[in-house]
Design a protein around this ligand. Structure first.
Ligand code: F0G
Length: 482
């Protein structure tokens, strides 16, 4: 977003793009919304798009593409092996990361499968700033153990610390000394730490982590899926990086890591993924798994059209105007909600606005999934689809007990360049209404609970008829209005 001052003094994010293709939206009535969430087993993943007004489930694979991306898709070179399209993507990654080797995959979790199969052995530990759901599942499937060493501020819901995604380097040093380097599979840093609210690490922190890895001969793996937001925060929040270009910051980050993987459903604003490295040994080992799980080495499960779009999307990610759009919309939403007394994660991060369900519905016990209940309630109140990021997104312990999440968040993702400011204002309005009526919200309980990644397709029911009462209150306050 450009640095534009408004004469009125109002501070609103100004879009540096115009909309040239639109999709009609549908806002169902509150009665339909109540039915739809019941049919979906109170799981927003199971709602049908036709019942959703503003889809804030995720930013994955749903960012708006640019005209340049769409144009590039027309010139895609379709071939099983050796396509020009693949070479263009490979060269773009070489250019922005300065890495020699690239392995294409169909999406981010496919990279996690391959990295975990090659680097994780049963009993080995993976220290990381914070886990992501699919990352943890792949590491544990291979017998590994996840150890989170996030800085203390990272777990404080409200904070003024600009880099809540930082790893606690003192804890990392102590951890490596205690367990020994041979017990550690690799160290993982996640850009824009997703589950704590899209929170960035600083370049300085990554450099400190690198020093520990160097001292003990450890491999440093970067999950760059949310790198775009993290780059913006480094540029705007880290004093030492103020005068660096986005390209320079990207190159510096990449030079500190041994392996970089990403979901191109986020980074590059298309659909796909890949692994980049300068380590030939690791590359050769991982390469064997690509044709087995993904596809031939020059497409890895991606369509050539998507690969062209990723190439352009990566190039556009190096543009500060482009990467600032998401964080600035998110900051607007966070600020407005804070002014109205709604508990949100601060400082505003990337990916989306995160509501603190632990506080919003503090009367709901964690075993009744407060963030899941809030997601269902917000859908009933607005047709807005968010995502639970709390205990429901965790896995049960082997003995069947719950793993209570450190945070209970309702994530409202803001896919890049998709929504207008008036749509964001509508969402804010309905959240504020819901906050005033929060005592009507109660918990959820499982009806069908899958063993793994249960949040994707588990089905739940409300613990009472609170949803009917909420819909009734909506009708009373809003009358015929949708
Ligand atoms: N790593 C991070 C940090 C992610 O946010 C995701 C996906 C992945 C890995 C896996 O990538 O979906 O392409 O397989 N996050 C999505 C989300 C699902 O909604 O936050 P994928």
């Amino acid at each position: 977003m450009a640095n534009v001052k408004f004469h009125s003094g109002e501070q609103i994010p100004l879009e540096m793009h115009k909309v040239r293709i639109v999709q009609k939206l549908n806002l169902p009535s509150v009665e339909r919304r109540l039915k739809a969430i019941t049919e979906a087993g109170n799981n927003t993943f199971l709602l049908k798009n036709r019942d959703v007004f503003i889809d804030m489930l995720t930013d994955s694979g749903v960012n708006a593409m640019s005209d340049r991306q769409q144009a590039a898709m027309f010139i895609a070179d379709d071939s099983y092996a050796g396509s020009e399209t693949f070479i263009r993507l490979e060269n773009k990654l070489k250019e922005i990361f300065d890495t020699e080797y690239f392995l294409p995959t169909h999406q981010g979790r496919a990279c996690e499968n391959i990295i975990s199969q090659i680097l994780v052995q049963p009993g080995l530990i993976v220290p990381m700033n914070y886990h992501f759901t699919t990352t943890k599942s792949h590491i544990t499937l291979n017998g590994g153990i996840v150890e989170e060493l996030i800085c203390d501020a990272g777990l404080e819901v409200t904070s003024s610390y600009p880099f809540k995604g930082n790893m606690d380097v003192i804890k990392l040093k102590a951890f490596v000394e205690k367990h020994g380097a041979d017990k550690i599979a690799f160290v993982r840093m996640e850009a824009g730490a997703n589950l704590i609210g899209g929170q960035p690490f600083s370049l300085n922190n990554l450099s400190e982590v690198r020093k520990v890895c160097d001292k003990h001969g450890l491999i440093l793996v970067l999950d760059a899926s949310l790198l775009a937001d993290n780059l913006y925060f480094i540029k705007t929040r880290e004093q030492e990086c103020k005068n660096m270009s986005i390209r320079e910051i990207t190159l510096k980050i990449a030079s500190l890591c041994d392996v970089i993987y990403f979901s191109a459903r986020k980074l590059g604003c298309a659909r796909g993924g890949g692994i980049c490295t300068n380590n030939k040994d690791i590359f050769v080992k991982m390469r064997e798994l690509i044709p087995l799980y993904e596809g031939f080495l020059t497409y890895g499960g991606m369509s050539v059209r998507e690969m062209e779009a990723i190439t352009v999307g990566l190039d556009e990610t190096m543009d500060e105007d482009f990467i600032s759009q998401g964080p600035q919309f998110i900051a607007f939403m966070v600020d407005e909600l804070m002014k109205k007394g709604v508990p949100v994660v601060t400082p505003a991060g990337g990916l989306g606005c995160h509501i603190n369900a632990m506080d919003f519905v503090s009367h709901i016990p964690q075993e009744q999934y407060p963030a899941g209940a809030l997601a269902a309630a917000l859908y009933i109140a607005s047709g807005v689809r968010g995502m639970e990021r709390g205990t429901l997104s965790e896995q049960r312990n082997p003995d069947g007990t719950e793993t209570f999440s450190n945070m209970e968040l309702l994530r409202l993702a803001i896919p890049r360049r998709v929504f207008t400011l008036s749509q964001i204002k509508y969402v804010i309005d309905r959240i504020v209404w819901l906050h005033k009526n929060r005592n009507l919200i109660e918990g959820l309980t499982f009806v069908e609970e899958p063993n793994i990644l249960r949040f994707f397709f588990g089905r739940l029911k409300p613990v009472s008829n609170w949803q009917e009462k909420l819909a009734e209150k909506f009708r009373k306050d809003f009358g015929d209005s949708l």
